[in-house]
Every structure is written in C-alpha cells, then in structure tokens.
Design a protein around this ligand. Structure first.
Ligand code: HEC
Ligand code: HEC
Length: 396
C-alpha cells in the first residue's frame, strides 16, 4: 500500500514534469493519476461491527475478564500501575499528559508525578487512545485484518493480542526495576494463579481448566479492548445519511481538509493511512535523546484524527498542546520551515510539500475535526478487582 501510493505519486510527478512536449497528453495522464489517488483518498463512517482474529473469538465472559485485568495493577511489577492508569475512560482511554509516567508515581493524567526518589524514566511517547483501536489498520474500503493490525506510533507490534504484553514487559510502563523482562510474564501468571477468583474467571472464559496462561491473558485483554468502540460521531451520522448532523462551517472545514491535502495521509474511516511519514515535529525537552521513530528515519505512523478531544497534547511526543499549534506547525513545514533541527526539510514527506494552508482556513478545519469526537463509550469503572489492590493503581 505504501509503495503503491508513492508509486502513484511518482507517476503523478513524472506526468507533471514530462508534460512540456504536449499539453493535451499532460492533462490526460495527470487527470488519470489524480483519479487514482482520489480512489485511495476517501474518508467514511466507521463500520458498526468489529472483527476479531479467528483464534480469539469474543465472549461475554472473556470481555468481562479482560476488563478486570485492564483495571488491575497486579499486572505491574510493583503492583502500582494498571493499563487504565494511562488509558482512563474519564479521558477517552488516553491521558492529558505529553509523556506517560508508569511505576513509582501517583495521580492521573496531567496530575501524575513521580515519587521521590525516582529512577524510572518517562515513557518516551504520548499515550494513544484505546477507543476504536479495534479498527487499527482499516483502509479506505473498510478492509482490515485484526491479526495484523498495526500498533504503536512506530508500528512495532501487530495485533492487539501481541500488543497487550508489551507494556507489562516495559520497565517504564508497568514492569519497574524489581523484575527482569525475561521473568516478568511468568511472575504475573504465578500471581494470577494464586487468586481463586481469577482461576475461575479464566477457566470460564476459555472453557478449560488451568486456563491462566500468558497467551490467554493477552487474549482476554484484547477481547475487552475490541469493545471500546466510539463509532457514532456526528461525522459518522453525516456519512450515514443525516445531512444535518454537521453544520455549514464544519462542512466547509471538511472540504478544506480534503482540498488542502490533509486527506493524503489522514484517510479511511479512522482518518489514518496507517503508514509512516516524516514531519519533523518539535522535540520534547523532557527526553534525554531525540526519538528517531521507525528504523531511525524520523517517520511515525499517521495517527487517527478521531476523538482528538481526548488525545491532546498531540504528536508522538506530545510536543504540540493544541490543534491550533498543530495547524501552525503544518503551515510551517509546508513552507519548508524546520521545526526540529534534527530533521532537515529535504527529509519531509512529499505530501507535506503539497499542503496549502492559510491562517483563515485553520479554524474551519478545526471545527470539522471536532465533528469526529464521540463521547458515547464504555465509562463504567469496576468497583473492585480480584487482586483486592487499588482499582487502576496509584491514580489518586
Ligand atoms: C505508563 C503508561 C501506560 C500504561 C501503563 C499502558 N500504556 Fe498503552 N500506551 C502507552 C503509550 C505511551 C503508548 C504509545 C507507545 C508507542 O507508540 O511507542 C501506548 C500504546 C498503546 C496501544 C497502541 C494503540 C495504537 O493505536 O497503536 C495499545 C493498544 C495499548 N497501549 C494498550 C495498553 C494495554 C492493554 C495496557 C496494559 C497491559 C497498557 N496499554 C498500559 C502508555 C501506557
Ligand atoms: C504527510 C502525511 C500527513 C499529512 C499531509 C498531514 N498529516 Fe497530520 N499527521 C501525520 C503524522 C505522521 C502525524 C504524527 C507525527 C508525529 O508524531 O511525528 C500526524 C499528526 C497529526 C495530528 C495529531 C494527532 C494526535 O493525536 O496526536 C493532527 C491533529 C493532525 N495530524 C492533523 C492534520 C491536518 C489537519 C492536516 C492537514 C492540514 C494533516 N494532519 C496533514 C501525517 C500527515
């Protein structure tokens, strides 16, 4: 897909460059290329159903178990961090914090701080939302394969099942200093086995005895995550036929979003092509080293633009605090202005150079982006978790 789009762009450029000889020829091939690119550049409503891998069919028991695990800090080395610590329903399963803070800390989102003394580093990236993560990898034709769905800003994991074990193993997310990466998953399995309620819940969910395994742990969490869907934003209603679901200025913003060129990368029902692109976003000075992204190329995966209300601050390192700042950043880079000295303008993605943006248009685009928020999702927090530990870890 990545290759195909760039190939098309290449033909497009060739068509433009090679046009001097005959104007008529130019127009024809140019138009054809534009038409081909336009086929990929579509946005649409999200599907109403979610697909699961064949090997992890959902069931009510499995989802209920996954939810308890998501809230239970027993999955962290020092029993102080749960998945929900950084992906809380009150903040759209994301958090208002530039770089996440895992073990040896307290508080939630923007109020979260390390305790002192502390030797745990910040997580080097901004927490993505879990809302709609079930659709990661979906293309403009609503096709996706949940077994291969791309995860993380640098696409280093495929599928929710594989992703779920990564935070548990990462020192700065959940593991902490007291266990090694090699031993932690077995430590967690032993802990879960010592709790009769978990034994029962796993056995029911997986319809077997002795069902507490690393693999079933990740399957239960993934099955729960696939229920965290927010697919009825005003934009979805509009695309499904309710022409009044979005206002006139928002429609103008939608037209601009397409004509300015945002849609070259933010397309499909998730508003992401799920491909890597180099933008050169500003540094976050909390980090000791600059994050070089995918294969040290400074590329990061295009993020979804759904539920931006919850995903501030923006970009892989949370370095831009508001949507206005994001749009000003795009205006800068489209003019070849470098906002990060480590990433020279000649490395910018070709689509960046095609962006045409003016100050007037920014607020209309932002009002359109706000139609992509959907506040109707599962916000119910379990009162207790089977370990008896504090629900969500040290978040108070
Ligand atoms: C300390 C904070 C923290 C904790 C705890 C945490 N996460 Fe995350 N999560 C993040 C950050 C930061 C990212 C982005 C990391 C990256 O891309 O490199 C992320 C990314 C993800 C993604 C990828 C989303 C996408 O669109 O690609 C999923 C899924 C996810 N987390 C699920 C979980 C689960 C399940 C747990 C518990 C087992 C968990 N997280 C625990 C901070 C956290
Ligand atoms: C060349 C592909 C490309 C184009 C064109 C593009 N984007 Fe992006 N967008 C990305 C990538 C990649 C990121 C993440 C960059 C990073 O963190 O390093 C991003 C990040 C964002 C974010 C932050 C989302 C979050 O949750 O952090 C917003 C908002 C955004 N883009 C909106 C837009 C708008 C509006 C336009 C048009 C003016 C646009 N983008 C054009 C690829 C693109």
């Amino acid at each position: 897909m990545y290759r195909l789009r760039h190939l098309l762009l290449f033909f497009f450029v060739v068509a433009l460059v090679g046009c001097n000889s005959s104007n008529k020829e130019k127009t024809n091939s140019e138009e054809r290329s534009i038409r081909k690119i336009a086929l990929l550049n579509r946005v649409s409503a999200l599907p109403t159903e979610v697909k699961s891998p064949k090997y992890n069919k959902p069931s009510a028991n499995k989802v209920a178990l996954g939810k308890l695990l998501f809230y239970d800090p027993i999955l962290s080395g020092d029993k102080d961090v749960a998945c929900v610590t950084c992906h809380h329903p009150n903040t759209g399963y994301s958090e208002f914090l530039d770089l996440s803070i895992g073990p040896n800390a307290s508080g939630l989102g923007s109020k979260r701080r390390f305790k002192s003394p502390n030797s745990i580093p910040f997580v080097k990236r901004n927490a993505q939302t879990i809302l709609n993560v079930a659709f990661n990898g979906i293309d403009a034709n609503n096709r996706y394969n949940p077994e291969q769905a791309t995860m993380f800003w640098d696409e280093r994991a495929r599928s929710l099942e594989k992703q779920a074990l990564e935070p548990i193993k990462a020192l700065e997310e959940m593991r902490g200093n007291n266990f090694s990466e090699e031993e932690i998953l077995n430590v967690i399995v032993r802990r879960l086995k010592a709790i009769p309620e978990y034994q029962e819940l796993f056995n029911e969910a997986f319809d077997s005895t002795d069902a507490i395994t690393i693999s079933n742990l990740s399957k239960a969490i993934a099955a729960f995550e696939r229920t965290l869907v927010a697919n009825n934003s005003r934009f979805d209603q509009y695309m499904r036929g309710d022409k009044d679901a979005i206002h006139i200025s928002e429609k103008d913003g939608f037209e601009l979003f397409k004509s300015v060129g945002c849609i070259n990368c933010h397309n499909g029902p998730m508003f992401s092509d799920y491909l890597p692109h180099v933008l050169g976003v500003p540094k976050n000075n909390k980090l000791p080293e600059i994050d070089k992204g995918i294969n040290d190329t400074f590329a990061f995966r295009t993020p979804s633009l759904r539920n931006l209300r919850f995903t501030a601050p923006y970009m892989h390192n949370g370095s831009l605090t508001t949507l206005k700042r994001v749009l000003e950043f795009y205006e800068d880079i489209s003019n070849g202005k470098e906002r990060n000295t480590a990433v020279p303008a000649e490395k910018f993605d070709p689509f960046v150079r095609e962006l045409k943006l003016s100050v007037k248009e920014m607020s209309l685009i932002i009002s359109f982006l706000n139609t992509l928020n959907d506040e109707e999702f599962d916000k119910e927090i379990p009162e207790t978790v089977p370990s008896g530990l504090a629900v969500g870890g040290n978040i108070n």
